[in-house]
Design a binder for this molecule. Structure first.
Ligand SMILES: NC(=O)c1ccc[n+]([C@@H]2O[C@H](COP(=O)([O-])OP(=O)(O)OC[C@H]3O[C@@H](n4cnc5c(N)ncnc54)[C@H](OP(=O)(O)O)[C@@H]3O)[C@@H](O)[C@H]2O)c1
Length: 208
């Protein structure tokens, strides 16, 4: 048993999710930002990788919701690189940092969940499900999303395509990792398209 996994991100029309300096770029339209805000309210938890915490320092909360109303924030962080001063551990919402078995770091406002060595992602999802987390919104970045697809544990993939170009051969993309060779990769079934301001939201189901 594992939670329902929904991967959501925003990319430029040339398929990049951040600049070549890995800094955040405003890709989403106002309409897409509102959609993501509504989406977060529907999920038990929001998950990112530690690379996103270090690059963007996201809060991962929904404005106006109390500590108990907010989704649980989860960071995949095998080596405990989340800084103590990161916004994701500011105590404004329940937070879980998933580390490997050797990580000894603790955070005042977060629960450290040790899960294998190396970190066992499918096992971590099982443990979250056993603790009542039924659905998770995975918001990035590229390495994290790749590891969910690699483990074939994605149920829905939505990507907002913003009307801009970022360029750069090293700019992050929605699915980084090692990639697949030639005939590899994961096929998707296109479920829906929606214009959201100056961009398009694509909704897919992966075919595993
Ligand atoms: N446009 C968007 O929608 C969007 C959303 C979020 C982020 N971003 C951008 O994405 C970039 C960050 O992406 P990123 O790929 O560098 O970082 P990331 O995916 O946020 O984090 C990657 C790190 O998380 C850990 N990790 C992830 N999956 C793991 C797994 N299955 N097992 C063990 N560890 C795992 C590893 O940490 P260790 O290295 O410590 O092993 C890995 O290096 C930033 O530029 C950010 O601005 C864009």
């Amino acid at each position: 048993m594992r939670p329902f996994i929904h991967v959501n991100c925003a990319m430029s029309a040339d398929g990049k999710i951040a600049g070549s300096d890995r800094r955040q770029v405003r890709i989403s339209s106002e309409e897409d930002k509102q959609r993501v805000k509504n989406l977060r309210r529907q999920y038990d938890a929001i998950l990112v990788g530690v690379g996103t915490v270090l690059a963007d320092d996201p809060h991962l909360t929904v404005k106006g919701l109390s500590y108990d109303e907010n989704p649980i924030r989860i960071v995949l962080d095998p080596h405990g690189r989340t800084p103590h001063e990161a916004l994701v551990v500011d105590g404004s919402a329940p937070t879980i940092i998933i580390t490997d078995d050797f990580c000894e770091k603790t955070w005042d406002n977060a629960t450290a969940m040790r899960c294998g060595n190396p970190l066992d992602l499918p096992k971590a999802m099982e443990v979250l499900a056993e603790n009542g987390i039924e659905n998770i919104l995975v918001e990035g970045g590229g390495e994290t999303i790749a590891s969910f697809f690699r483990n074939r544990i994605v149920d829905r993939y939505t990507v907002f395509v913003g009307s801009m170009l970022i360029g750069g051969r090293i700019s992050p993309t929605p699915v980084d990792g090692d990639g697949w060779i030639s005939e590899g990769g994961i096929r998707l079934e296109l479920k829906d398209t929606e214009v959201l301001g100056n961009g398009v939201l694509l909704t897919y189901s992966p075919i595993f």
